[in-house]
Ligand binder design. Structure first.
Ligand code: 4AD
Ligand code: MG
Length: 464
């Protein structure tokens, strides 16, 4: 079919006066017996294209199936628009209706449905202005990620497995993968499940992070990045947690924690700038309808240095703040979202990178500092979001890593291949993980992570 994508009609003045073919979904229809106006959207831009039907050339019967939500094809002449707020419109010459939508049952009748309502209609919400914009920005950011790494030399896109037998973060919040009959699995003599009869001959689960395999890639290719789905079976019902989310994980050989922080900062700034440059209409829509400070905040992040300090310094600032937090501030405990946001939004008023956390609250693979109490972790904390990146320099010393694995009782037999990187040509290396949906949240100014992924997976919700 010959089709003019609507986004291109707004930017192609040479097409004015020409015949065009537009196809899309009707947002609204209004008018009188002389003229009817249809606002048409084909998903390519936040802007609707106005189609003008001269009713001396069409009958009421022709226009009857042209209801909100219907899909149509209009052949007509692209003309400069008289109406305000739109640069061009189409004067219809012929109409083809692909499919009507019954006004009695089509759920997206009016503008301004709540985001909660639209979550229940996730199969149709991409057709709304808000979700069209979210999904276009999300797609642009995914492209920016690949572009960032490909413009630098020495980073390769590595695909790490989704099904795994190891628990990277050691938190145990994994979704099991099995082909055993869970109502009646084969059992060993002691009554435990006989996993030798399972598909992979051992217990497996969906990955929580591609990092461990990423380290195998980095210690061969020099630099890699992953970009794929990860899964966490933690029962956190918050506006910032999903059970299935996408993560970007660069891992780089010959890198220390400072190199890692520099990469993280440049990476985020690149992605935000890319959105500012390439998603102007959509970001202006969010700025106008959801968050009047969005564009200023995005520009601020791109233009200013992130504040870097240690966890210990952060704790001191929080203690000295005199603020009553819901969770008390104590050296050694993990920071809660309220603590992170205080540092970012109220104290420093800019993104913050916190380093050198107590080893007890971080994963086994992080490089131990000489104080024996803290590890070379770095978390990037963002306004509105809290933690957007978690990363570290890795423990490159075989004996020290083994010590941590034993201390934490991590099953050694699952880790032999990982330990081999430290036995054969070990190198200093570092990496991080960026939560892709948290980046999309930040860039769009949306406030619930369920609204920046097409089909969210959260506790008790796997619809669509
Ligand atoms: O801090 P996390 O758990 O770090 C790792 O998984 C490391 N293996 C990464 C690495 O060093 N290669 O997760 C990294 C990021 C977080 O900062 C957050 O942005 C995001 O992933 N994240 C989530 N996003 C949505 N829903 C969840 N349940 C998330 N858990 C983590
Ligand atoms: Mg983390």
């Amino acid at each position: 079919m010959k089709r003019n994508v609507i986004a291109s009609l707004f930017t192609s003045p040479e097409l004015i006066g020409q015949e065009v073919d537009v196809m899309g979904w009707v947002r609204t229809r209004r008018g009188n017996k002389h003229v009817q106006f249809v606002a048409l959207n084909d998903g390519s831009t936040i802007k609707n294209l106005q189609i003008v039907f001269d009713m001396s050339e069409f009958t009421d019967q022709d226009l009857k199936p042209v209801t909100t939500g219907s899909a149509i094809h209009v052949k007509g002449i692209l003309v400069e628009s008289m109406g305000k707020g739109q640069s061009v419109e189409v004067q219809a010459k012929s109409l083809e209706v692909f499919g009507s939508a019954d006004p009695e049952t089509y759920p997206l009748q009016k503008k301004g449905h709540t985001l909660e309502f639209l979550r229940e209609k996730a199969h149709l919400r991409p057709r709304t202005a808000t979700f069209g914009a979210v999904l276009r920005v999300r797609s642009a950011l995914a492209f920016a990620i690949h572009e960032f790494f490909n413009r630098r030399k020495g980073y390769y896109y590595l695909n790490t497995p989704l099904i795994t037998a190891s628990d990277c973060e050691g938190a145990g919040a994994m979704f099991q993968v099995t082909t055993l009959d869970i109502s009646n699995p084969p059992r060993l003599e002691d009554g435990s499940v006989d996993y030798s009869a399972d598909f992979f001959g051992k217990p497996t689960a969906l990955t929580v992070s591609g990092q461990l395999e990423g380290e195998l890639g980095a210690t061969a290719l020099g630099g890699i990045y992953t970009f794929g789905p990860t899964f966490r079976a933690e029962n956190s019902n918050t506006p910032r947690h999903l059970s299935e989310f996408w993560m970007v994980e660069p891992e780089v050989a010959f890198f220390d924690i400072t190199d890692d922080m520099d990469l993280a900062e440049e990476f985020i700034k690149y992605c935000v700038q890319y959105a500012l440059d390439n998603c102007k209409d959509d970001l202006e829509f969010f700025n106008e309808h959801y968050d009047k400070e969005l564009l200023d905040r995005l520009k601020f992040v791109v233009e200013n240095d992130f504040k870097r300090l240690t966890y210990t310094e952060g704790i001191e600032i929080l203690k000295a703040s005199g603020k009553k937090f819901e969770f008390p501030v104590e050296w050694g405990t993990d920071l809660q979202s309220e603590h992170e946001r205080y540092l970012v939004e109220q104290h420093f008023k800019r993104p913050v990178i916190l380093t050198d956390y107590p080893k007890e609250i971080k994963a086994f693979y992080m490089k131990l500092n000489d104080d024996n109490r803290t590890v070379r972790a770095m978390d990037v904390l963002f306004p509105q979001i809290g933690e957007i990146i978690g990363g570290s320099e890795r423990e490159a010393d075989y004996d020290k890593l083994l010590g941590r694995i034993e201390e934490l009782n991590i099953p050694m037999k699952d880790m032999w291949w990982y330990l081999d990187t430290r036995r054969f040509g070990t190198v200093p290396h570092a990496g991080f993980g960026l939560g892709f949906e948290r980046l999309v949240l930040f860039v769009t100014g949306m406030t619930n992570i369920r609204d920046v992924i097409p089909f969210p997976r959260t506790p008790n919700n796997a619809e669509f």
